[in-house]
Design a binder for this molecule. Structure first.
Ligand code: PNW
Length: 445
């Protein structure tokens, strides 16, 4: 059990896993190498006006070529766990058919390099880089894409399953729904609410089919990676309570309930209506597929929502450089304890938590990101309180290991523990990286 003593500060349970996270399109670059096909993010980022400064992931942090150096950084930090994602278009250029061995070989080298350094790999199968050819065939609006995802997952398990103990299916289905199909701020840049929730259903279905594919292929733990947002009513009125509850349905229960209870939340179904494309797209047996037992739940926490009586979200807490992020560490405690209370003691891992800071090396080359240290300290203290309250949290991953391509924000926002000087690709450990190394060594704060 977690302990707290005045002399020691906050100790995490023995064996707690300390990690950092990245995703393929955000760090790898090498967009045209070794048979990689194009993804929706190649298309989107190369379309004028879609990303800040027209930035693309063509080069990013050049991790595809510099992975060995990055593995050494991870070892120097003392990481126990590294969460990365596999690029579907590296494995299947067009999203179907025979695997591209050169693409799989890259991940094999990466995974072997992790084991050589005593770091446990945690692989995400899909972090938003859908093969463009599948988008051209309808993307996630097409039910068939969920089946193509399960085929792809099986290829990856066969190649890497012996060396990757923990698998995550789909990173943040909600962000694909909301940013890809509601705001249009992310690939594929659509603004179509009716399509958005059909996409949600197909992403959930794809998750369930990928779980079944792993069970049929070999051992290994598997679960979803969900960004969860505690929702709080903005005033004491019954209207605000009701609005906050429905907001919670769209943000959290749509994804949690379908996977962990086998039902979509009725309030959300009622709100969408029986004629919605989602309602019409749900077939008999789909929820049984979606709710196949999982081994763990990966939670990503960045920000809470404060919901007004008329259903808008509003500001209450200080924001980070990301306009959507309000800094509220107690939200970490609230969301972890709530998941355990509502869904039972399923093993949890935090797979993302972090913020962007305006980092610049000083004259001595030091990158002093004090804001990241205090953010992580406060969120870890909240996670520790959740553990002390009985939450089965087994590991924590900072988003992100490296500065990287922050989607529509391009390279302007720096989320890494490690600074990347893009013109030279030189890596510099920020103050937070040195601090995190000490946290890991002490198993706590
Ligand atoms: C996550 N929100 O996205 C992603 O998994 C990462 O790839 C990304 O770099 C990171 O968080 C930082 O943005 C999110 O609006 C996007 O609350 C939007 C939200 C949360 C997470």
């Amino acid at each position: 059990h977690a302990e707290r003593t005045p002399a020691d500060g906050l100790r995490f349970p023995p064996g707690f896993g300390w990690g950092a996270a990245t995703s393929a399109y955000q760090i790898e670059g090498a967009a045209k190498e070794d048979g990689r096909g194009e993804s929706v993010w190649d298309t989107f980022s190369r379309t004028p006006g879609r990303t800040r400064n027209g930035d693309t992931g063509d080069v990013a942090a050049d991790h595809y070529h510099r992975y060995a150096e990055d593995l050494d950084l991870m070892r120097d930090l003392g990481l126990h766990s590294y969460r990365f994602s596999i690029s579907w278009p590296r494995v299947q250029a067009d999203g179907t058919g025979a695997p591209n061995q050169r693409g799989l070989d890259f991940y094999r080298r990466l995974v072997d390099g992790l084991h050589e350094r005593g770091i446990t790999p945690m692989a995400t199968l899909f972090h938003w880089d859908l093969p463009q050819a599948l988008q051209d065939a309808g993307g996630w609006e097409s039910r068939d894409v969920a089946h193509r995802f399960a085929d792809y997952a099986e290829i990856v398990y066969r190649a890497l399953g012996d060396r990757v103990p923990t698998w995550l299916t789909i990173n943040e289905p909600k962000t694909v729904v909301q940013n890809g199909y509601l705001s249009g701020h992310h690939a594929p840049g659509r603004q179509d609410p009716d399509a958005a929730y059909l996409v949600a259903h197909h992403l959930q279905l794809a998750h369930g089919l990928a779980v079944a594919a792993l069970r049929a292929t070999g051992p290994g733990r598997i679960g979803p990676a969900l960004n969860l947002h505690p929702c709080y009513p903005a005033d004491a009125s019954p209207e605000a309570a009701r609005a906050s509850r429905l907001h919670d349905g769209y943000e959290n229960r749509l994804y949690l309930d379908s996977i962990l209870t086998g039902r979509y939340p009725q309030d959300v179904l009622d709100d969408l209506g029986p004629d919605s494309r989602m309602a019409r797209g749900i077939r008999d047996g789909d929820l049984a597929t979606i709710s196949a037992p999982v081994d763990l739940l990966a939670v990503q926490y960045y920000t809470p929502y404060y919901v007004t009586a008329d259903g808008r979200t509003t500001g209450r807490w200080p924001t980070s450089e990301a306009d959507w992020q309000q800094i509220y560490p107690d939200g970490m405690y609230d969301i972890l304890t709530r998941v355990t209370r509502d869904y039972g003691p399923i093993p949890l891992t935090v797979t993302e938590n972090g913020l962007p800071t305006p980092d610049v090396p000083d004259a001595d080359g030091v990158v002093d990101d004090a804001g990241r240290i205090s953010f992580l300290r406060d969120h870890l203290a909240a996670a520790h309180r959740a553990v002390a309250a009985g939450v089965p949290l087994e590991s924590f991953h900072v988003w992100s290991l490296l500065d990287n391509f922050e989607w529509a924000e391009g390279y302007d926002q720096r989320w890494g523990l490690v600074y990347v000087d893009y013109p030279t690709q030189r890596r510099v450990l920020k103050s937070s990286a040195h601090w995190y190394r000490r946290v890991i060594a002490a198993n706590g704060l």
